[in-house]
Design a protein around this ligand. Sequence first.
Ligand SMILES: [Zn+2]
Length: 116
Amino acid sequence: MASGNAIRGSRVGAGPMGEAERGDTAPRIRISYWCANGHETKPSFSQESGVEPPEQWDCPRCGFPAGTDKDNPPAPPRNEPYKTHLAYVKERRSDADGEAILNEALEGLRARGLIR
Ligand SMILES: [Zn+2]
């Protein structure tokens, strides 16, 4: 049994010929992308599809966008705590604001003669 498996394995393992054949059937290009943290990722793209590689690639290590220009990587996505704070304040004021907006809307409708 053991010897049978060994023979099978050697046949599947192929040689340098098998590898060359595989490379010919699916030509692929590898492009390096760098993120703002200096991570390099090299996704490979099939040339057969005719699809051009994207300008940016999400860094698999930190999630930042990565670009093909090593010295000038894309800026990381903005996540400003100030913005969320502002949104929080807006949310708290929404009740009073909602009433004001409703009154304004009603007045607008009255002005246009849509309601009395
Ligand atoms: Zn990264």
